[in-house]
Design a protein around this ligand. Structure first.
Ligand code: IPM
Ligand code: MG
Length: 368
């Protein structure tokens, strides 16, 4: 079968890492008898340079016409890039937010998993790591502070900026359902994270999550305040299975969770709506400081491609084969620079490789 994949290479390391993920899809296609056709979509800084805006209507239409979209990363250095001299709605990130909203991608899945082989790169103490951890951060992606009304204006002689955090019950219910559905396929525990001791939006969040939980008697629900969760992620990450949370808390906690696993270069993500469609991207950013050097870790993007196979195309075996190939390469000792062991004496036991070599090694190991 032929699948139509929209591809947003984007800015910074985006094009380099997406190239490797396409290599992986093509190899999986070759082994399992599928073909992928790619439609390049402009978004972010490259779109600003080419069209004056970070996302055109044409780009949205291209994304909608695809079976799924694979994305690299967008944005540049916020202090030095001319993109950040533009009004906020014309900056690279505005393109991504518009795409999420236009495609109603309300459910963001960010798995954070500690690979046995990467324990060396994990910054936590060995007794905390234990036999590893495996959690899924479910981040609400189209509501909250990111999409509320905002304004900067003078009020009573003082420059004042306002951002609004809004959630309605329907927005909370649909992400909560997704969270519980996923928990049912995992270890059946949901930790719902909020700031209900201060925020109204969090109090509604808690109430609706509790209502949804009634339909999932097998799932254990626990509530946790976001500040405590930030602490628990380093203190005892093993306690988490599914972390269910609103947009901005999820943005922050998912970066923290990824660092706990050793490298943000390993963390994939899927943004889903009510259909099979999804946008798949690494959780990390565009890393402009290392762009073009051929040293970026393509694994998060490759694992995002595996999620694309699994969630949008229902190709579970193919997804398993990709994930298995990643594990094998790590087991054989290949590392990009970001996941190299810290201690000098341990460096000789592994082989440092660049972006495209890592892609090649993984592709070579995809088999039935
Ligand atoms: C992410 C990123 C985005 C976000 C930025 C680029 C707008 O940090 O996907 O986590 O905050 O959602
Ligand atoms: Mg983020």
């Amino acid at each position: 079968m032929n699948y139509k994949i929209g591809v947003i290479s984007g800015d910074g390391i985006g094009p380099e890492i997406v190239k490797e993920a396409k290599k992986i899809l093509d190899k999986a296609g070759e082994v399992y008898g599928h073909t992928f056709s790619y439609d390049e979509i402009l978004m972010g800084g490259v779109s600003i340079d080419a069209t004056g805006v970070p996302l055109t209507d044409e780009a949205i239409a291209q994304a909608k016409a695809a079976d799924a979209v694979l994305m690299g990363s967008i944005g540049g250095n916020t202090s030095t890039s001319p993109w950040y001299q533009l009004p906020p709605e014309l900056r690279p990130e505005a393109g991504l937010l518009k795409l999420r909203k236009s495609l109603n991608l309300f459910a963001n899945l960010r798995p954070a998993y500690l690979y046995e082989e990467l324990k060396e790169a994990c910054p936590l103490r060995e007794d905390i790591i234990g036999d590893g951890f495996d959690m899924m951060i479910m981040r609400e992606l189209t509501g909250g502070l990111y999409f509320g009304t905002r304004v900067t204006e003078e009020r009573e002689g003082l420059m004042t900026a306002v951002d609004t955090l809004t959630y309605n019950e329907q927005e909370i219910r649909r992400i909560a359902r997704r969270g519980f559905d996923i928990a049912m396929k995992r270890r059946k525990k949901v930790t719902s994270v909020d700031k209900a001791n201060v925020l109204d939006s969090s109090r509604l969040w808690r109430k609706i999550v509790e209502e949804v939980a009634k339909d999932y008697p097998e799932v254990t629900l626990e509530h946790m305040l976001v500040d405590n969760c930030a602490m628990q992620l380093v203190k005892d990450p093993k306690q988490f299975d599914v972390i269910l949370t609103e947009n901005m808390f999820g943005d922050i906690l998912s970066d923290e969770a990824s660092m706990v696993t050793g490298s943000i270069g390993m963390l994939s993500s899927a943004s889903l709506n009510d259909t099979k469609f999804g946008l798949y991207e690494p959780s990390g950013g565009s890393a402009p400081d290392i762009a073009g050097k051929g040293i970026a870790n393509p694994i998060a993007t490759i694992l995002s491609a595996a999620m694309l196979l699994r969630y949008s195309l229902d190709l579970d075996q193919e997804a398993d084969a990709v994930e298995h190939a990643v594990k094998r390469v790590l087991k054989e000792g290949y590392r990009t620079i970001d996941i190299m062991p810290q201690e000098e004496e341990k460096k000789s036991s592994v082989t440092q490789v660049g972006t495209s070599e890592m892609g090649y090694l993984i592709a070579e190991r995809i088999q039935k």
